[in-house]
Design a binder for this molecule. Sequence first.
Ligand code: GAR
Length: 191
Amino acid sequence: MTRIAIFASGSGSNAENIATYFSTNKNVEVVLILTNNPTAFVLERAKKLGIKSLTFNKHDFLKTGEILNFLRKNDINLIVLAGFLLKIPKNLLNAFPNKIINIHPALLPKYGGKGMFGNQVHQSVIEAKEKESGITIHYVNENYDEGKIIFQARCSINPTDTANDLAYKIHALEYAHFPKVIEQLITSSNN
Ligand code: GAR
């Protein structure tokens, strides 16, 4: 049984999409939704989906073992970052080797790093007059957006596209691919 914890800091549309995707799967369950943001809409989604949630502060996340204890108590064996803002601390990286994955809304290694989140990423891509962007799903390590890449998908950018237009295209790619890539990872690690 794979028990997933999703970390999200904002709307949580990916978190909901992943939870819904696995809701009919007997071997995979989204068990927890965790956030550092007490006003994040993802908390409403968790309530609606009937998924246990936890809100924590940055200090507890980075400087204590509380979050790790909570994950262990809930028998979590895979962590998915879906729009999560904070860097993952060493204690979690050590406890979940190759079991923490992130989605980034651009084609890494470009447009990643600290502060590159959501529409900020799309704005930078548009300003650089890129002709395409995409999504990157990757393992998480101690540096922002630098872990080994698992999967990328691309979309084209029209000259008139705004950051919001691009965000829409990127979200569509995320919804189509993220749950399936998670499923493939689980299947291949079980074999
Ligand atoms: C997603 O596009 C995700 O790729 C991005 O935040 C958005 C969250 O949307 N993540 C990052 O920018 C990480 N650096 P959501 O809350 O609706 O799922």
